[in-house]
Ligand binder design. Structure first.
Ligand code: ADP
Length: 322
């Protein structure tokens, strides 16, 4: 994995590269000597700092998807809402979807800003036990295009993990960008010592979405992030009036169900399309409160219970291993 410092020049080969400090892009870079000497190949000290910072966070969960628009942020937001509905639990949602941060809108926090305190950046609170941090809070307008190069994104992710005053948490949910990009590598690298409990992977039923999800699964296996399971979103449409079900996105290749059997992964649930989900997200409200008895809400709750059970089992396994 290439590592690129925050102040790197354009076309930086990365501090771990054999070319570090030796190519034309390195000319004039303040780190050139350090890189050329090989000393920069040492692990980023931020990894250990993040492990200390997050030692008071019991469970760290990544939410991943192969493609955009499949409902990943909606899922992350509602996983956070559902876990925080147990008021004895402290929950935080971190949005590192740096190029399209939609969490502020979904959580009803548009226009909010992050405050600086003595102990770091303070997240924004939706409930007493539900904190949110998003790149969106640092932009002057929600329409600001965030076109950042790798090093800057990397630095921002590092800051989110190391410099936010998360406090004691039961769950930290990280909403990642779609695909497998620099941001994923950064997150996995920075959380390598702090430990990731696992990832929930979101897909829709069509083969175009599943194709990219298989890449995401291979990525998790390669970087050794355990997969909690797969969620198939927009899986059929239940008419809110007549309750009939129709397939809007037909699972031509067997959908997530077949993929999970083939790859021996748990299918956590299949959430139907429900226009009320889109509406309540646009209005920044949890649809669990808006439509508590919808089929989608029921599936969501059962998925969240599986995630809770997974985390509990993992904690028990870890305890018995020590
Ligand atoms: P992603 O994070 O994968 O890019 P979003 O969570 O932003 O996707 O969701 C994309 C759009 O789909 C949003 O408008 C959201 O409200 C809507 N949406 C997500 N899941 C559902 C669903 N099950 N039924 C109806 N609309 C949904």
């Amino acid at each position: 994995m290439e590592d690129v410092p925050d102040n790197a020049p354009e076309h930086c080969p990365g501090t771990k590269s054999e070319q570090a400090g030796k190519v034309s892009a390195c000319q004039g870079c303040p780190n050139q000597k350090l890189c050329a000497s090989g000393a920069a190949k040492a692990p980023d000290p931020a990894i250990a700092e993040i492990a200390v910072k997050l030692s008071t966070v019991k469970h760290k969960i990544l939410v991943l998807s192969g493609k955009g628009g499949v409902g990943k942020s909606t899922f992350s937001a509602h996983l956070a809402h559902a876990l925080a509905s147990d008021t004895t639990k402290e929950v935080a949602l971190l949005d590192v979807d740096i190029c399209g941060p939609s969490i502020p809108r979904i959580m009803g926090l548009e226009g909010e800003q992050v405050h600086q305190s003595g102990s770091g950046w303070s997240p924004v609170y939706v409930e007493d036990n539900l904190a949110v941090m998003s790149i969106g809070f640092l932009l002057s307008s929600p329409d600001d295009a965030v076109i950042w190069r790798g090093p800057k994104k990397n630095g921002m992710i590092k800051q989110f993990l190391r410099d936010v005053d998360w406090g004691d948490l039961d769950y930290l949910i990280v909403d990642t960008p779609p695909g497998t990009s620099d941001e994923h590598l950064s997150i996995v690298q920075y959380l390598s010592s702090a430990g990731i409990d696992g990832a929930v992977i979101i897909t829709t039923p069509q083969e175009v979405s599943l194709q990219d999800v298989r890449k995401e699964i291979r990525f998790c296996q390669k970087v050794k992030v355990p997969i909690i399971g797969v969620v198939e979103n927009m899986s059929g449409f239940v008419c809110p009036k007549c309750k009939n079900t129709s397939e809007i996105f037909p699972p031509t290749s067997g959908g997530a169900e077949r993929m999970c059997v083939d790859l021996d992964l748990p299918l956590l649930g299949q959430i139907p399309l429900d226009p009320r989900i889109g509406r309540s997200c646009d209005e920044g409200r949890s649809f669990f409160n808006e439509v508590p008895d919808s089929p989608a809400t029921k599936v969501y709750h059962s998925i969240v219970q599986s995630v809770r059970d997974y985390c509990l089992n993992r904690a028990t396994e870890e305890q018995s291993a020590t």
